[in-house]
Write a protein that binds this ligand. Structure first.
Ligand code: DGY
Length: 325
């Protein structure tokens, strides 16, 4: 029987189901780092990783039997994909199943920053609420703002689609334009990156993390954002220079930010922690029972396809040539 290592405690019964067909070992997966993963992988044919597990060239070189890595996330920035290709290892991820929940949480952050939902809660709990006042905690009317979406992939488009319900005008930026019919359906317009930063009241990031997008929102880009606007990030922390963001909010250039992801998770820039107009969440974009169960199921299905059926999953982002990819 082929051997599978599961790094993490996942919802659903996928591990039990796979156990009939493979030898399954579950490790809690906490605090492993590259060296921890490297030490565990020898002898395993399949590996289920979370986004906190680095699968580097060193890990892949140590994985003498590895055929497949099923990453329980849509983002695959924790995996060296070129090295996986060289080592003939299939890599799969979990697209689609988390799109709606991540878009919903993005809107949760947009509403939270525009309407002071979290700061209002803190205000009341501090005992500062002494009655209704005409100017108490005035936010921005959601229907009056321009939302700029950077990265019109699955999640970016789902965020744009939800804007119509709030009556918000939208712009988007990506390397290429969406088909005209799709733009019409989403009631959105393409524009250049700088133009989007200058015109948007809320900028929301939905691009993958790679060498080109690392610190996409650096001090210069943050300065290019409209005065009094907000940055929302539910994609990956290192897209944003956190120190520069804290400075942009503290100086009053930005009115606030909504962040679900951080540069060096689980650490958060201490200046951001002190800013009341910044809403911070612990990377929960896809965290619903339904979605996290579906994500785990995708991984177990893909492990089964490769290790039991000797196939190549449709979700594979790396398909080694030797497997007909
Ligand atoms: C992902 O899938 O990449 C998210 O960050 C976790 O759902």
């Amino acid at each position: 029987m082929k051997r599978v290592l599961i790094l993490g405690d996942l919802p659903g019964d996928g591990a039990e189901r796979l156990a009939g067909r493979c030898e399954v070992e579950v490790h809690h997966g906490e605090g492993l780092g590259e060296e921890g993963v490297r030490r565990l992988v020898p002898g395993f044919h399949g590996l289920l990783t979370l986004l906190i597990h680095p699968v580097s060239e060193r890990v892949l070189a140590a994985a003498d039997r590895l055929e497949v890595v099923a990453n329980c996330a849509v983002g695959v920035d924790n995996i060296d994909l070129a090295a996986a290709q060289r080592h003939g290892v299939i890599v799969t991820n979990t697209p689609d199943v988390l799109t709606a929940d991540t878009a919903d949480l993005t809107w949760g952050l947009i509403l939270a920053v525009l309407r002071g939902i979290v700061s209002g809660d803190r205000y009341l709990r501090r005992g500062d609420f002494h009655g209704w006042r005409p100017k108490l905690l005035l936010g921005r009317s959601v229907g009056s703002v321009v939302l700029g979406v950077v990265g019109p992939g699955r999640i970016g488009q789902a965020v744009l689609a939800r804007a119509a319900a709030f009556g918000a005008r939208t712009l988007y930026h990506g390397p290429s334009r969406l088909p005209e019919g799709r733009e019409r359906e989403l009631e959105t317009e393409w524009c250049g990156f700088e133009e989007l930063l200058a015109a948007s009241d809320v900028v929301s990031l939905h691009v993958p993390l790679n060498d080109e997008t690392h610190h996409l929102m650096d001090a210069r880009a943050l300065r290019s954002m409209k005065k009094g606007s907000y940055l929302v990030n539910t994609a990956r922390g290192p897209l944003v220079d956190e120190a520069a963001l804290a400075e942009a909010v503290a100086s009053g250039h930005l009115a606030g930010a909504g962040l679900d992801v951080f540069e060096a998770e689980p650490a958060v820039n201490t200046r951001l922690l002190e800013l009341d107009s910044v809403v911070l969440l612990p990377h929960i974009g896809s965290a619903t029972v339904e979605t996290r169960t579906r994500m785990a199921d995708c991984c177990f299905e893909d492990l089964h396809t490769v290790l039991v059926e000797d196939g190549v999953p449709a979700r594979a982002v790396v398909k080694p040539v030797s497997r007909g990819g």
